[in-house]
Each structure stands twice: as structure tokens, then as C-alpha cells.
Design a protein around this ligand. Sequence first.
Ligand SMILES: [Zn+2]
Length: 184
Amino acid sequence: MPSGQTHEAINLTFFAGLAAGYAYARAQGLTQEFETLLAPQTVTLFSLSYLVGSFLVTPDLDLAENNVRAKRHWGLLGLLWVPYGTMFNHRGMSHTWVIGPLTRLVYMAVVGLGLAYLTNIVAPYFGYQIQFQTQLSNNWQELALGSLLGYYLSQWLHLVADGISPDHGRKRSKAKPAPFPKKK
Ligand SMILES: [Zn+2]
């Protein structure tokens, strides 16, 4: 199985290919047809989520109870991933194509909201008043789609490099036990 560093190299190489393809298509005027989908903001968010998914939020965070590379990139905040590592077996549900990446998004949302809640309670004691505001821009759908695509693509490349196909889970559950026990 590829090391964390190898995964990062693979993802970066693929990203360079994408960027080159995009630059070429742009130079040829081919991107104009998809102007709404390929707006600079969306492309930026796509790239950011792809990089975050390649370096910070990888499937191998299921090993976060140990010292895994992606966790180290978070610095001290990497500790926040330890419960995730305890909850998920290595290369189990965390390494599936649809649910796997989603488990990390949900986990981050829960931890993020929890931290925001705690900050809200604690801040007044230090004389701070914190207000959380969200404002959706009018092209939020494209932005959300771009971010999701970037993130998911980075996760899928990781799975491909791990040799996990999209129907891996189904194959595994259908697999029959070996007729003869292996000799030791
Ligand atoms: Zn992996």
C-alpha cells in the first residue's frame, strides 16, 4: 500500500495534469461554453478542496489514533482527528467511494459546530462577544459543487492508488471463504 508521501505525490501529479489541461482549454477558448461552471471562484474552490483532500483530509485519517502523515499536517489540531481514527477501522468504511469521504465531512461539521458552540460559551468570560454569520453568495450551488468535486476527486485518487475499486464493498461481502484453510 502506498505511503502517505506517495499518495501526495500521485495526487499532485494528477493535479498538475488537470491544471495543464485547464490552461490549454482556456487558451483555446474551450472553457467559454462552461463559463458558469468554470468561473474563477469555482475553479479556485475546486483546487483548494482538492489540495485539502490530498494533504489534510485523507482516507488514512482512520489511522489518526497513531501518528499518520495527514494528521501531522494539522499540527496540534491533529488531535481532533483521534476520535475519528478510533471510530473507523483502517481501510474499512473510511475507504469506500461515497460514504467514506462523507464520514469525514460530517465529522468535521460536528467537530466544527461543537468548537463554535464551546467558543460561544467561553468567549464572554474573556470579554469577547462572538457572532457567527453565514451568508450565501448567489452562485453557492456552483461553488458547493466545485468544492465537493475537488474533495471527492482527491479521495478517489487515493482509493485507486490503494487498489480499492468502487464496488469493492460488494465484492468483499460476496466473497466466499476459501475452501481449504491456508497452511501455516
Ligand atoms: Zn489509504
